[in-house]
Design a protein around this ligand. Structure first.
Ligand SMILES: O=C[C@H](O)COP(=O)(O)O
Length: 254
């Protein structure tokens, strides 16, 4: 973790969750109503269909809500898409952008993600911008090159640390139970930090850098304790309140 940066633990429910899942969200909010909630910020990025109901169900401010993607435009003829302003109106404060599943399934480019980041800011959302190498890119020794290119291309020039979060997610670690070694995570995050400081100066030093990819209660203390890891982007383990809260609990000891 980086001293003086308030950690953020973000959950990404992906294409999971029904009305019944809101009970898990309530349980997360209740769990963070204790002194645990003083130690970190938490956001759950639910499917867009659940945002309004999720916003109504949350009675405390201990958990924020997020979307998982937005369109670059505010409105218009874009069937099936959702604008950042719509997410905001439905109750979101954050939006995940450039997740590897969007980059792969929807051929999203760095350029598009940069435009979406600006759209998110304009609507009053904080952007969680994802980067990360594939298994092949890693085997070829190109992990840092890919991360650097994605960071450079996906971020606009006027990044501010209160409206932008970076998530490093090695694609091969997502949903597989595999994680990089602590040394590899430290190396990737140190590289991102130096690239961000070089480009954004003091704002780059303050940006929250999340690690994502098979984060679970059993490895949370190790992963979240790594230098320049300021939180996590949690997929599968965010679907159950007990698991998500157990990950947050790492910050009691860090
Ligand atoms: O957005 C979350 C990530 O893709 C990580 O997913 P996972 O925790 O299920 O590996």
């Amino acid at each position: 973790m980086t001293p003086a940066i308030r950690p953020l633990v973000a959950g990404n429910w992906k294409m999971n969750g029904t009305g019944e899942s809101l009970a898990e969200l309530r349980a997360i909010a209740t769990g963070l109503s204790s002194d645990l909630g003083q130690k970190l910020d938490a956001v759950i990025c639910v499917p867009a269909t659940l945002l309004s109901r999720a916003a109504e169900t949350l009675v405390s401010e201990t958990v924020r809500l997020g979307g998982q993607d937005c369109h670059v435009k505010e409105s218009g003829a874009h069937t099936g898409d959702i604008s950042a302003a719509m997410l905001k109106e439905a109750g979101a404060d954050y939006v995940i952008l450039g997740h590897s599943e969007r980059r792969t399934d929807h051929q999203e480019t760095d350029e598009l993600i940069r435009a979406k980041t600006q759209a998110a800011w304009k609507a009053g959302l904080a952007a969680i911008v994802c980067v990360g190498e594939t298994a092949v890119e890693r085997q070829e020794g190109r992990a840092l090159e890919v991360i650097g290119r994605q960071l450079l291309g996906s971020l606009p020039d006027d990044v501010k640390s209160d409206t932008t979060v970076i998530a490093y997610e090695p694609v091969w670690a997502i949903g597989t139970g595999q994680t990089p070694t602590a040394e590899d995570v430290e190396k990737a995050h140190a590289f991102m930090r130096s690239e961000l400081i070089a480009r954004f100066g003091s704002e780059g030093a303050k940006l929250r850098l999340l690690y994502g990819g098979s984060v679970k209660p059993a490895n949370a203390v190790e992963l979240l304790g790594i230098s320049n890891v300021d939180g996590a982007l949690v997929g599968g383990a965010s679907l159950k309140a007990t698991d998500f809260l157990a990950i947050c609990e790492a910050y009691r000891t860090l």
